[in-house]
Ligand binder design. Structure first.
Ligand code: NAD
Ligand code: TYD
Length: 350
């Protein structure tokens, strides 16, 4: 079959990547979608078991730090476009071990940029780099991050993402590589690894474990439903201007402690527990080192220029997310027990 585009999606077995792969497979049957993923602890092919039999899907278990293997995949499929999500993504892990973040997020991104630069001979391609609002640093009580806000990363994670963003921009200015970039706020939704705030709290509320809130719980994050992030990536990939970056967010700021209390009330209702049961589990613990106070995104450029807007409210999205976790206890067991490794062996090692 002659595919209209042959898109390499990196990190497609992860949280956001799996939603992007699913969306592109379903919406664009004329595109070949090659999911390239190392399958670290955060990557799980079960995230895609509802779509991995589609004829336009391929999977390659490759580490983006292995340049020759990457180049081989580019040549094998004659890749026309890239949507780059593969990354080490957890701030707490970056504080424990920053080197892996530099390797994957910086060197891995450079390897991909090099493959694209060598393989693409004209401007008829897109290299879409998926990044975070954390590159802008930490806000006080006023103001929003705009595309023009100066980069000021504070954690090893955000420093590595900022470095990768700078390399992506450098390849546009220096080599004319047709790049697009998006910087999104905190995502939540199904298939989210239970080390991040929302899935960790859902899991601990369900199993009546302590709910560890860092510091006083006063830090603020701006939450977006993961499927709305996937729709924003789709919009920017297809309609965004080459060389530009777009902020993605839903004007949805929550203090951590308010969010955790809201989740407690929601889950008490869903689990038919006496009201107040889950809140008793809240435990204030030692704060994260260098904990950014507040993130908040101004996504008006994306709304005004490309017409994107979020599809659901936070309350609707959280309710759907909790329902998904309650209905998918086995997924949680698998990602935490390593059983998905045997799934991979079964599916792909004939
Ligand atoms: P995730 O940790 O859930 O998934 C990352 C995926 O990348 C996994 O499937 C993992 O196996 C893969 N991967 C890691 N190292 C790799 C390597 N060396 N080679 C190939 N694959 C590798 O992350 P996520 O939350 O889905 O984030 C995806 C992207 O979106 C990241 O670039 C992240 O910086 C960005 N982002 C995340 C958020 C958020 O709230 N989670 C917000 C904005 C931007
Ligand atoms: P997280 O989900 O790790 O995302 P990020 O650090 O990239 O924003 O954390 C979201 C917020 O929740 C952040 O302010 C740290 C806080 N937090 C807790 O209070 N307790 C926890 O157990 C975790 C994982 C996070």
């Amino acid at each position: 079959m002659n595919y209209e585009k042959k898109i390499l999606i990196t990190g497609g077995a992860g949280f956001i990547g799996s939603h992007v792969v699913r969306r592109f497979l379903r919406h664009y049957p004329s595109y070949l979608i090659v999911n390239l993923d190392k399958l670290t602890y955060a990557g799980n092919l079960k995230n895609l078991e509802d779509v991995d039999q589609l004829p336009n899907y391929r999977f390659e278990k490759v580490d983006i730090c292995q340049k020759e293997s990457l180049q081989h995949v580019f040549e094998k499929y004659e890749i026309t476009d890239v949507i780059h999500l593969a990354a080490e993504s957890h701030v707490d892990r970056s504080i424990e071990g920053p080197m892996e973040f530099a390797q994957t997020n910086v060197i891995g991104t450079l390897n991909l940029l090099e493959c694209a630069r060598k393989s693409w001979k004209d401007a008829n391609h897109v290299f879409h780099h998926v990044s975070t609002d954390e590159v802008y640093g930490s806000l006080g009580s006023e103001g929003l991050f705009k595309e023009t806000t100066a980069y000021d990363p504070r954690s090893p994670y955000s420093a590595s993402k900022a470095a990768s963003d700078h390399f992506v921009n450098a390849y546009f200015h220096t080599y004319g590589l047709p790049i697009k970039m998006s910087n999104c706020s905190n995502n939540y939704g199904s298939h989210h690894f239970p080390e991040k705030l929302i899935p960790l709290m859902i899991h601990n509320i369900q199993t009546l474990k302590p709910l560890p809130v860092y510091g006083k719980g006063e830090n603020i994050r701006d939450w977006l439903w993961v499927e709305d992030h996937a729709s924003a990536i789709d919009t920017i990939f297809h309609k965004g201007t080459v060389g530009e970056s777009y902020n993605v967010g839903g004007l949805n700021e929550w203090k951590n402690i308010d969010l955790v209390k809201y989740l407690c009330r929601l889950m008490d209702q869903k689990l038919n527990r006496e009201s107040g049961t889950s809140e008793k589990l809240i435990t204030f613990v030692k704060d994260r080192a260098g904990h950014d106070a507040r993130y908040a995104i101004d996504a008006s450029k994306l709304a005004a220029e490309l017409g994107w807007k979020p599809s659901i409210t936070f309350e609707e999205g959280l309710s759907k997310t909790v329902d998904w976790y309650l209905a998918n206890e086995n997924w949680l067991k698998d990602v935490t027990s390593g059983a998905y490794q045997s799934y991979y062996q079964k599916m792909y090692h004939h």
